[in-house]
Design a protein around this ligand. Structure first.
Ligand code: IMP
Ligand code: MG
Length: 169
């Protein structure tokens, strides 16, 4: 498999993102939300690069529908166990593809009365977007390739690869 970003390059990028986020959230005691399962590896590195007071929480969502269905229903399969009312939320996601998952999740959490909702995605594939969703913080923009490793899977496999790789090459 071809390595797109190796572990050392990733570590450097994540440290930089973490310190940028620490500056933004320094006095906000954010709830940093890991979108399971894909973001788990990125999340673990990112929160340790944010040297400020914060809380963590997890959520899982699955998105249905394909590119021909513009609404694309998103279902919460594991909900948060914290009250987000009045809190500053930072959602940590592995990759934004169609944008359906993050569009739905940010709307849902805003409806619950969060003080602010922002998204930090490790990867962004803007060419695949079916809506106007934009992540607030992005590790890397990637072309329309299927990538695995550093938490990202293909049919449940390869999440434990330390480097980000392109499948089938
Ligand atoms: P969407 O933005 O709602 O289409 O969903 C994004 C989700 O699709 C991500 O959280 C991943 O689970 C999955 N996904 C999209 N592209 C890739 C990829 O290249 N590798 C692995 N998972 C991907
Ligand atoms: Mg995902």
């Amino acid at each position: 498999m071809k390595v797109l970003f190796d572990r050392n390059i990733i570590a450097e990028r994540v440290r930089k993102l973490g310190s940028e986020l620490a500056d933004v959230y320094r006095d906000k005691k954010p709830v940093v939300i890991c979108v399971l399962n894909g973001a788990a590896v990125f999340f673990a590195d990112l929160i340790r690069a944010m040297e400020i007071p914060l809380e963590v929480a997890t959520i899982a969502a699955s998105s249905y529908g394909d590119d021909t269905v513009s609404s694309g229903e998103v279902k919460i399969t594991k909900d948060l166990d914290v009250d987000v009312k009045g809190r500053h939320l930072l959602i940590v996601e592995d990759i934004i593809d169609s944008g359906r998952t993050m569009k739905a999740l940010t709307a849902l959490l805003s409806e619950r009365g969060a003080a602010s909702v922002a998204v930090c995605a490790f990867l962004d594939k803007p060419s695949r977007r079916v809506n106007d969703f934009k992540a607030d913080y992005v590790g890397y923009q990637v072309p329309d390739l299927f990538v695995v490793g550093y938490g990202l899977d293909c049919a449940g496999m390869y999440r434990n690869l330390p480097d980000l790789c392109v499948i089938g090459s």
